[in-house]
Design a protein around this ligand. Structure first.
Ligand SMILES: Nc1ncnc2c1ncn2[C@@H]1O[C@H](COP(=O)(O)OP(=O)(O)OP(=O)(O)O)[C@@H](O)[C@H]1O
Length: 342
Protein backbone atom coordinates (compact mmCIF):
# COMPACT_ATOMS: atom_id res chain seq x y z
CA UNK A 1 0.00 0.00 0.00
CA UNK A 2 1.32 3.42 -0.94
CA UNK A 3 -0.24 6.73 -0.03
CA UNK A 4 0.47 10.42 -0.31
CA UNK A 5 -0.72 13.25 1.91
CA UNK A 6 -0.60 16.91 0.93
CA UNK A 7 1.93 16.38 -1.88
CA UNK A 8 3.08 19.79 -3.07
CA UNK A 9 5.70 20.66 -5.68
CA UNK A 10 6.58 23.98 -7.29
CA UNK A 11 9.11 24.30 -10.11
CA UNK A 12 11.09 27.44 -10.74
CA UNK A 13 11.40 28.02 -14.45
CA UNK A 14 14.08 30.38 -15.74
CA UNK A 15 14.23 32.35 -18.97
CA UNK A 16 11.54 33.98 -21.10
CA UNK A 17 10.70 37.67 -21.36
CA UNK A 18 9.20 37.72 -17.86
CA UNK A 19 12.31 36.17 -16.27
CA UNK A 20 12.02 33.42 -13.66
CA UNK A 21 8.56 32.22 -12.67
CA UNK A 22 7.20 29.68 -10.24
CA UNK A 23 5.06 26.88 -11.62
CA UNK A 24 2.99 25.04 -9.04
CA UNK A 25 2.93 21.49 -10.41
CA UNK A 26 1.14 19.85 -7.45
CA UNK A 27 -0.98 21.58 -4.81
CA UNK A 28 -1.62 19.35 -1.81
CA UNK A 29 -2.50 16.06 -3.48
CA UNK A 30 -3.78 13.21 -1.28
CA UNK A 31 -4.04 9.70 -2.68
CA UNK A 32 -3.96 6.04 -1.68
CA UNK A 33 -3.20 3.02 -3.82
CA UNK A 34 -4.41 -0.13 -2.04
CA UNK A 35 -2.62 -3.46 -2.36
CA UNK A 36 -3.54 -4.99 -5.72
CA UNK A 37 -5.71 -2.00 -6.56
CA UNK A 38 -5.82 0.30 -9.56
CA UNK A 39 -5.81 4.07 -9.32
CA UNK A 40 -5.85 6.31 -12.39
CA UNK A 41 -4.87 9.95 -12.56
CA UNK A 42 -6.31 11.78 -15.51
CA UNK A 43 -5.88 15.36 -16.69
CA UNK A 44 -4.68 17.50 -19.56
CA UNK A 45 -1.06 18.16 -20.44
CA UNK A 46 0.84 20.11 -17.77
CA UNK A 47 -1.55 19.31 -14.89
CA UNK A 48 1.21 17.59 -12.87
CA UNK A 49 0.61 13.89 -13.59
CA UNK A 50 4.20 13.01 -14.49
CA UNK A 51 5.58 14.96 -11.51
CA UNK A 52 3.31 12.95 -9.21
CA UNK A 53 4.41 9.66 -10.79
CA UNK A 54 8.07 10.57 -10.33
CA UNK A 55 7.52 11.53 -6.68
CA UNK A 56 5.66 8.27 -6.03
CA UNK A 57 8.55 6.32 -7.60
CA UNK A 58 11.12 8.19 -5.50
CA UNK A 59 12.73 9.90 -8.51
CA UNK A 60 11.69 13.38 -7.41
CA UNK A 61 11.15 14.87 -3.98
CA UNK A 62 8.13 16.92 -2.96
CA UNK A 63 8.38 20.36 -1.33
CA UNK A 64 5.91 19.38 1.37
CA UNK A 65 3.65 16.44 2.11
CA UNK A 66 4.40 12.82 2.85
CA UNK A 67 4.70 9.59 0.90
CA UNK A 68 4.11 6.48 2.99
CA UNK A 69 4.89 2.95 1.82
CA UNK A 70 3.36 0.17 3.94
CA UNK A 71 2.61 2.85 6.53
CA UNK A 72 6.27 3.90 6.81
CA UNK A 73 6.72 7.66 6.27
CA UNK A 74 9.53 8.14 3.74
CA UNK A 75 10.54 11.47 5.31
CA UNK A 76 11.45 9.61 8.52
CA UNK A 77 14.14 7.60 6.70
CA UNK A 78 17.58 8.50 5.41
CA UNK A 79 18.09 8.44 1.62
CA UNK A 80 19.79 5.02 1.87
CA UNK A 81 17.09 3.43 4.03
CA UNK A 82 14.38 4.74 1.69
CA UNK A 83 15.75 2.88 -1.33
CA UNK A 84 14.42 -0.62 -0.48
CA UNK A 85 10.94 0.89 -0.11
CA UNK A 86 11.04 2.80 -3.39
CA UNK A 87 12.34 -0.37 -5.10
CA UNK A 88 8.87 -1.79 -4.52
CA UNK A 89 7.54 0.95 -6.79
CA UNK A 90 8.58 0.73 -10.44
CA UNK A 91 7.95 3.42 -13.04
CA UNK A 92 7.06 2.51 -16.62
CA UNK A 93 7.76 5.43 -18.95
CA UNK A 94 5.79 6.38 -22.01
CA UNK A 95 8.81 5.91 -24.30
CA UNK A 96 10.01 2.29 -24.19
CA UNK A 97 12.82 3.06 -26.64
CA UNK A 98 14.60 5.63 -24.48
CA UNK A 99 14.05 3.43 -21.42
CA UNK A 100 16.30 0.71 -22.89
CA UNK A 101 20.01 1.06 -23.66
CA UNK A 102 20.29 0.68 -27.48
CA UNK A 103 23.77 -0.89 -27.21
CA UNK A 104 22.63 -3.74 -24.95
CA UNK A 105 20.73 -6.86 -25.85
CA UNK A 106 17.55 -7.65 -23.95
CA UNK A 107 19.49 -10.42 -22.19
CA UNK A 108 22.00 -7.84 -20.94
CA UNK A 109 19.21 -5.40 -20.00
CA UNK A 110 17.62 -8.01 -17.75
CA UNK A 111 20.85 -9.56 -16.47
CA UNK A 112 22.00 -6.56 -14.39
CA UNK A 113 18.84 -6.12 -12.24
CA UNK A 114 18.47 -9.90 -11.96
CA UNK A 115 22.07 -10.27 -10.72
CA UNK A 116 21.29 -7.70 -8.03
CA UNK A 117 18.08 -9.52 -7.14
CA UNK A 118 19.95 -12.84 -6.98
CA UNK A 119 22.38 -11.37 -4.43
CA UNK A 120 19.59 -9.71 -2.43
CA UNK A 121 17.60 -12.90 -2.12
CA UNK A 122 20.60 -15.25 -1.68
CA UNK A 123 19.61 -17.41 -4.65
CA UNK A 124 22.10 -19.38 -6.80
CA UNK A 125 23.47 -17.53 -9.87
CA UNK A 126 21.77 -19.93 -12.27
CA UNK A 127 18.40 -18.64 -11.06
CA UNK A 128 18.82 -15.34 -12.93
CA UNK A 129 18.95 -16.93 -16.41
CA UNK A 130 15.83 -18.97 -15.84
CA UNK A 131 14.07 -15.97 -14.31
CA UNK A 132 14.75 -13.78 -17.37
CA UNK A 133 12.94 -16.29 -19.57
CA UNK A 134 10.17 -16.68 -17.02
CA UNK A 135 9.54 -12.93 -16.86
CA UNK A 136 9.54 -12.55 -20.65
CA UNK A 137 7.02 -15.38 -20.84
CA UNK A 138 4.91 -13.61 -18.21
CA UNK A 139 4.71 -10.47 -20.37
CA UNK A 140 3.81 -12.49 -23.45
CA UNK A 141 7.19 -12.63 -25.23
CA UNK A 142 9.15 -15.58 -26.61
CA UNK A 143 12.47 -15.54 -24.68
CA UNK A 144 14.31 -17.44 -27.43
CA UNK A 145 13.45 -14.71 -29.93
CA UNK A 146 13.75 -11.66 -27.70
CA UNK A 147 16.78 -12.30 -25.42
CA UNK A 148 19.55 -12.03 -28.06
CA UNK A 149 18.01 -9.01 -29.79
CA UNK A 150 18.68 -5.27 -29.42
CA UNK A 151 15.81 -2.84 -28.66
CA UNK A 152 15.72 -1.49 -32.25
CA UNK A 153 15.05 -5.02 -33.53
CA UNK A 154 11.74 -5.17 -31.62
CA UNK A 155 8.40 -3.46 -32.19
CA UNK A 156 7.27 -0.65 -29.84
CA UNK A 157 4.82 -3.00 -28.17
CA UNK A 158 7.52 -5.65 -27.62
CA UNK A 159 9.88 -3.02 -26.20
CA UNK A 160 7.26 -1.87 -23.73
CA UNK A 161 6.72 -5.50 -22.67
CA UNK A 162 10.49 -5.80 -22.10
CA UNK A 163 10.40 -2.61 -19.98
CA UNK A 164 7.58 -4.13 -17.92
CA UNK A 165 9.53 -7.42 -17.57
CA UNK A 166 12.56 -5.45 -16.37
CA UNK A 167 10.40 -3.63 -13.82
CA UNK A 168 9.22 -7.03 -12.57
CA UNK A 169 12.80 -8.24 -11.90
CA UNK A 170 12.70 -6.59 -8.46
CA UNK A 171 9.30 -8.10 -7.52
CA UNK A 172 7.58 -4.70 -7.24
CA UNK A 173 4.33 -4.15 -5.37
CA UNK A 174 3.30 -1.06 -7.38
CA UNK A 175 3.71 -0.27 -11.07
CA UNK A 176 3.43 3.43 -11.97
CA UNK A 177 2.48 3.49 -15.65
CA UNK A 178 2.96 7.02 -17.00
CA UNK A 179 1.16 7.30 -20.36
CA UNK A 180 2.49 3.77 -20.88
CA UNK A 181 0.73 3.25 -24.21
CA UNK A 182 0.75 6.75 -25.70
CA UNK A 183 3.87 6.20 -27.84
CA UNK A 184 2.90 2.74 -28.99
CA UNK A 185 1.15 1.93 -32.24
CA UNK A 186 -2.61 2.09 -31.72
CA UNK A 187 -3.03 -1.55 -32.79
CA UNK A 188 -0.69 -2.72 -29.99
CA UNK A 189 -2.04 -0.55 -27.16
CA UNK A 190 -4.83 -2.81 -26.06
CA UNK A 191 -2.35 -5.69 -25.64
CA UNK A 192 -0.22 -3.64 -23.22
CA UNK A 193 -3.26 -2.48 -21.26
CA UNK A 194 -4.51 -6.08 -21.06
CA UNK A 195 -1.07 -7.11 -19.81
CA UNK A 196 -1.11 -4.53 -16.99
CA UNK A 197 -4.58 -5.71 -16.04
CA UNK A 198 -3.43 -9.32 -16.13
CA UNK A 199 -0.40 -8.57 -13.92
CA UNK A 200 -2.73 -7.05 -11.36
CA UNK A 201 -4.77 -10.22 -11.29
CA UNK A 202 -1.93 -12.76 -11.48
CA UNK A 203 0.73 -11.10 -9.31
CA UNK A 204 -1.47 -8.90 -7.12
CA UNK A 205 0.60 -5.88 -8.14
CA UNK A 206 -1.06 -2.45 -7.74
CA UNK A 207 -1.18 -0.11 -10.71
CA UNK A 208 -1.05 3.68 -10.58
CA UNK A 209 -2.05 4.66 -14.06
CA UNK A 210 -1.33 8.13 -15.43
CA UNK A 211 -3.15 9.16 -18.58
CA UNK A 212 -4.95 11.91 -20.46
CA UNK A 213 -7.34 9.37 -21.94
CA UNK A 214 -10.59 8.43 -20.21
CA UNK A 215 -11.03 5.18 -22.15
CA UNK A 216 -7.68 3.74 -21.05
CA UNK A 217 -8.30 4.78 -17.42
CA UNK A 218 -11.61 2.94 -17.57
CA UNK A 219 -10.07 -0.15 -19.17
CA UNK A 220 -7.28 -0.50 -16.62
CA UNK A 221 -9.43 -0.38 -13.54
CA UNK A 222 -13.20 -0.60 -13.70
CA UNK A 223 -13.01 -1.63 -10.04
CA UNK A 224 -10.55 1.14 -9.19
CA UNK A 225 -10.56 4.83 -8.44
CA UNK A 226 -10.25 7.74 -10.79
CA UNK A 227 -8.58 11.01 -9.76
CA UNK A 228 -9.19 13.99 -12.02
CA UNK A 229 -6.38 16.50 -11.68
CA UNK A 230 -6.48 20.10 -12.84
CA UNK A 231 -3.47 22.39 -12.53
CA UNK A 232 -1.99 20.35 -9.71
CA UNK A 233 -5.18 19.96 -7.69
CA UNK A 234 -7.39 16.86 -7.52
CA UNK A 235 -10.82 18.24 -8.45
CA UNK A 236 -12.82 14.99 -8.49
CA UNK A 237 -12.17 11.55 -7.07
CA UNK A 238 -14.23 8.40 -6.82
CA UNK A 239 -14.96 4.97 -8.29
CA UNK A 240 -14.05 4.99 -12.00
CA UNK A 241 -17.57 4.20 -13.21
CA UNK A 242 -19.21 6.82 -10.97
CA UNK A 243 -16.88 9.61 -12.07
CA UNK A 244 -17.20 8.71 -15.75
CA UNK A 245 -20.94 8.10 -15.82
CA UNK A 246 -21.98 10.89 -13.46
CA UNK A 247 -19.24 13.54 -13.20
CA UNK A 248 -20.12 16.48 -10.96
CA UNK A 249 -17.16 18.83 -11.47
CA UNK A 250 -17.42 21.07 -14.55
CA UNK A 251 -13.79 20.30 -15.45
CA UNK A 252 -14.44 16.54 -15.48
CA UNK A 253 -17.54 17.21 -17.53
CA UNK A 254 -15.52 19.30 -19.97
CA UNK A 255 -12.84 16.61 -20.14
CA UNK A 256 -15.43 13.96 -20.95
CA UNK A 257 -17.21 16.21 -23.43
CA UNK A 258 -13.92 16.65 -25.29
CA UNK A 259 -14.02 12.99 -26.37
CA UNK A 260 -14.84 12.95 -30.06
CA UNK A 261 -17.63 10.64 -31.29
CA UNK A 262 -19.05 10.03 -34.72
CA UNK A 263 -22.14 11.95 -35.84
CA UNK A 264 -25.29 10.22 -34.72
CA UNK A 265 -23.54 8.43 -31.85
CA UNK A 266 -23.33 11.34 -29.40
CA UNK A 267 -24.38 10.73 -25.81
CA UNK A 268 -27.86 12.12 -25.20
CA UNK A 269 -27.78 15.31 -23.19
CA UNK A 270 -29.32 18.69 -22.83
CA UNK A 271 -26.65 20.82 -21.26
CA UNK A 272 -23.42 21.47 -23.04
CA UNK A 273 -20.21 21.94 -21.07
CA UNK A 274 -17.40 23.89 -22.69
CA UNK A 275 -14.72 21.63 -24.14
CA UNK A 276 -11.31 21.82 -22.55
CA UNK A 277 -8.69 23.91 -24.28
CA UNK A 278 -5.85 21.83 -25.63
CA UNK A 279 -3.04 23.66 -23.86
CA UNK A 280 -2.35 23.24 -20.17
CA UNK A 281 0.21 26.05 -20.35
CA UNK A 282 -2.52 28.49 -21.40
CA UNK A 283 -4.52 27.67 -18.31
CA UNK A 284 -1.45 28.17 -16.11
CA UNK A 285 -1.11 31.64 -17.58
CA UNK A 286 -4.74 32.32 -16.70
CA UNK A 287 -4.01 31.75 -13.01
CA UNK A 288 -3.60 35.46 -12.35
CA UNK A 289 -7.31 36.05 -12.96
CA UNK A 290 -8.57 34.59 -9.68
CA UNK A 291 -5.51 34.08 -7.45
CA UNK A 292 -7.53 33.00 -4.40
CA UNK A 293 -10.46 31.49 -6.23
CA UNK A 294 -11.21 28.18 -7.89
CA UNK A 295 -8.43 27.20 -10.30
CA UNK A 296 -11.03 26.37 -12.96
CA UNK A 297 -13.11 29.54 -12.47
CA UNK A 298 -11.82 31.43 -15.50
CA UNK A 299 -12.90 28.57 -17.79
CA UNK A 300 -16.04 27.47 -15.95
CA UNK A 301 -19.48 28.27 -17.42
CA UNK A 302 -21.12 27.76 -14.00
CA UNK A 303 -18.87 30.01 -11.90
CA UNK A 304 -20.33 32.43 -9.40
CA UNK A 305 -18.81 35.29 -7.49
CA UNK A 306 -17.88 32.87 -4.66
CA UNK A 307 -15.81 30.75 -7.07
CA UNK A 308 -13.70 33.78 -7.98
CA UNK A 309 -13.08 34.63 -4.35
CA UNK A 310 -12.62 31.27 -2.60
CA UNK A 311 -10.89 28.00 -3.55
CA UNK A 312 -12.99 24.86 -2.99
CA UNK A 313 -11.30 21.86 -1.39
CA UNK A 314 -11.96 18.16 -2.01
CA UNK A 315 -15.01 16.89 -0.13
CA UNK A 316 -18.51 15.44 -0.50
CA UNK A 317 -20.59 18.63 -0.09
CA UNK A 318 -23.86 18.31 -1.92
CA UNK A 319 -24.29 14.61 -1.08
CA UNK A 320 -22.47 13.30 -4.14
CA UNK A 321 -21.09 9.73 -4.06
CA UNK A 322 -17.68 10.96 -5.21
CA UNK A 323 -15.46 13.66 -3.74
CA UNK A 324 -15.13 16.93 -5.63
CA UNK A 325 -13.64 20.40 -5.25
CA UNK A 326 -16.53 22.52 -6.51
CA UNK A 327 -19.09 24.88 -4.97
CA UNK A 328 -21.66 23.88 -7.59
CA UNK A 329 -21.39 20.14 -8.03
CA UNK A 330 -24.17 18.88 -10.20
CA UNK A 331 -24.75 15.99 -12.52
CA UNK A 332 -24.87 17.51 -15.97
CA UNK A 333 -25.25 15.64 -19.18
CA UNK A 334 -22.03 15.52 -21.09
CA UNK A 335 -22.34 15.97 -24.81
CA UNK A 336 -19.34 14.62 -26.68
CA UNK A 337 -17.92 16.78 -29.46
CA UNK A 338 -19.27 15.48 -32.77
CA UNK A 339 -16.85 14.81 -35.62
CA UNK A 340 -17.70 14.03 -39.22
CA UNK A 341 -17.76 10.41 -40.42
CA UNK A 342 -15.71 11.45 -43.44
N1 LIG B 1 11.89 19.80 -14.19
C1 LIG B 1 11.01 20.78 -14.37
N2 LIG B 1 11.42 22.07 -14.34
C2 LIG B 1 10.53 23.08 -14.47
N3 LIG B 1 9.20 22.92 -14.66
C3 LIG B 1 8.74 21.65 -14.72
C4 LIG B 1 9.61 20.52 -14.59
N4 LIG B 1 8.88 19.39 -14.68
C5 LIG B 1 7.59 19.79 -14.87
N5 LIG B 1 7.51 21.14 -14.89
C6 LIG B 1 6.28 21.94 -15.05
O1 LIG B 1 5.36 21.48 -14.08
C7 LIG B 1 4.04 21.39 -14.64
C8 LIG B 1 3.53 19.97 -14.53
O2 LIG B 1 4.33 19.14 -15.39
P1 LIG B 1 4.07 17.57 -15.58
O3 LIG B 1 5.06 17.06 -16.56
O4 LIG B 1 4.03 16.92 -14.25
O5 LIG B 1 2.61 17.56 -16.21
P2 LIG B 1 1.85 16.41 -17.01
O6 LIG B 1 0.43 16.48 -16.60
O7 LIG B 1 2.55 15.10 -16.82
O8 LIG B 1 2.00 16.87 -18.52
P3 LIG B 1 2.29 15.98 -19.82
O9 LIG B 1 1.12 15.07 -19.99
O10 LIG B 1 2.42 17.00 -20.92
O11 LIG B 1 3.59 15.25 -19.53
C9 LIG B 1 4.16 21.88 -16.07
O12 LIG B 1 3.78 23.25 -16.13
C10 LIG B 1 5.63 21.71 -16.41
O13 LIG B 1 6.05 22.67 -17.35
Amino acid sequence: MISGTGITKTFRQRGGVLGAREVPALRGVDFAVPKGGAVSFIGESGCGKTTLGRIVAGLETCDSGEIAIDDVAMSSLSHRRRQPYFRRVQLIHQDPYSALNPTRTIHQALAAPLALRTRQTGRPRSWADGRAGELLGLVGLDPGYVLPRYPHQLSGGMRQRVVIARALTVDPEVLVADEAVSMIDVSLRLGILALLKDLRERLGVSVLFITHDVATARYIGTDGELYVIYRGQVVERGPVETVISAPVHPYTQALLSAIPVLHGLESPGDQRVVPVEASGEASVEASGEHPDGCLFASRCPFRTERCERERPTLGRDGGTPQEHACFHPERRSVVAVPVSRR
